[in-house]
Design a protein around this ligand. Structure first.
Ligand code: NAP
Length: 280
């Protein structure tokens, strides 16, 4: 058997460097395992984002659960409870409309490979009724100055995240970016619907950005997937919709879709309720 000769300075230097690099990789969060895959999720204090954070944490992933709220906000209570049970989940503050907040977290985790970056956050309300009140407004009642924020959060937010975290995604094994879109922003999903002018337009623009991004990073091995459900019971009021389905069931399906992603799906929309490719 060959014995390691620790007297060789070159070898010692090499081993120390390897140890240092693995320590740096997990250094941003001491509870992270170097051998576990890592996911970062935006808007993870409630709804789909919360369920994703919870399920990935339970599955033993390193989870960077981000929310735009301050660390002592009562709205983070559910996420903190998951963190108490699963220290492999860390909570970071990111407002996807605020480049500075994104860059600060990207800098903190600059040595942490991120296998899956999930751009989930969107400018939506706390209840289905409140969402419907907003998306039902006709063009004549929309404040188009305020509408700029829909685009800043739903469209440019994911792109700001992509720009800041691409090095960490490229340094990972899986190299997956997952942008959550909606059929309300689709040109081909079904008969044209009048509702959701801003929301729909912002998601349609997200689809376009994602498709173009997928082409730009294909040769780097990065998959850019768009995903959408039929209807997830992510908030009060959705349960009453006949085709809706519980969040835990739908997010289990979404995690399977993400796990199975290949270059075949890059730039395309996968409906995680049906498992099929949806039209733009
Ligand atoms: N539920 C569905 O059936 C359905 C259908 C189609 C598409 N989607 C898409 O799925 C995603 C999640 O929807 P959901 O139903 O889970 O919504 P949700 O329960 O209302 O959650 C939205 C999340 O986005 C966060 N957020 C809003 N603005 C933000 C910002 N500037 N920076 C960071 N986070 C921000 C919210 O945080 P706060 O608590 O701070 O507001 C919240 O955590 C969205 O992209 C939505 O368009 C959902």
């Amino acid at each position: 058997m060959t014995k390691l000769n620790m007297n060789k300075p070159g070898l010692v230097k090499k081993i120390s460097l390897t140890i240092l690099l693995s320590l740096l990789a997990v250094g941003a969060q001491a509870q992270f395992r170097a051998d576990a895959d890592t996911v970062l999720i935006t808007g993870s204090n409630r709804g789909i984002g919360f369920e994703l954070a919870k399920q990935y944490a339970e599955a033993g992933w390193n989870v960077i659960a981000t929310a735009r709220r301050k660390s002592d906000d009562p709205e983070l209570a559910d996420l903190r409870a998951v963190q108490s049970a699963h220290p492999n989940l860390v909570i970071e503050r990111i407002d996807v409309a605020d480049t500075k907040s994104i860059k600060a977290v990207a800098e903190k985790y600059k040595n942490q490979p991120i296998d899956v970056l999930i751009n989930n956050a969107a400018r939506v309300e706390q209840s289905f009724q409140a969402d419907m009140a907003i998306v039902s407004k006709p063009y004549s009642e929309i404040d188009f100055d305020d509408a700029a924020l829909d685009f800043s959060i739903n469209t440019l937010g994911p792109m700001r995240m992509v720009q800041a975290f691409m090095p960490q995604v490229m340094a990972s094994k899986q190299k997956k970016i997952v942008n959550v879109t909606s059929f309300i922003g689709s040109f081909g999903y079904g008969p044209p619907a009048a509702i959701g002018m801003n929301y729909g337009a912002s998601k349609a623009a997200l689809n376009m950005y994602s498709m173009k991004l997928s082409v730009q990073v294909k040769d780097k091995g990065v998959i850019v997937a768009l995903v959408e459900p039929v209807m997830v019971q992510s908030k009060p009021g959705v349960k009453d919709i006949p085709m809706s389905s519980p969040a835990d069931v739908e997010i289990k399906k979404l995690r399977k879709v993400i796990a199975d992603l290949t270059m075949q799906q890059t730039g395309k929309i996968t409906n995680f309720t049906t498992g099929k490719t949806d039209p733009y």
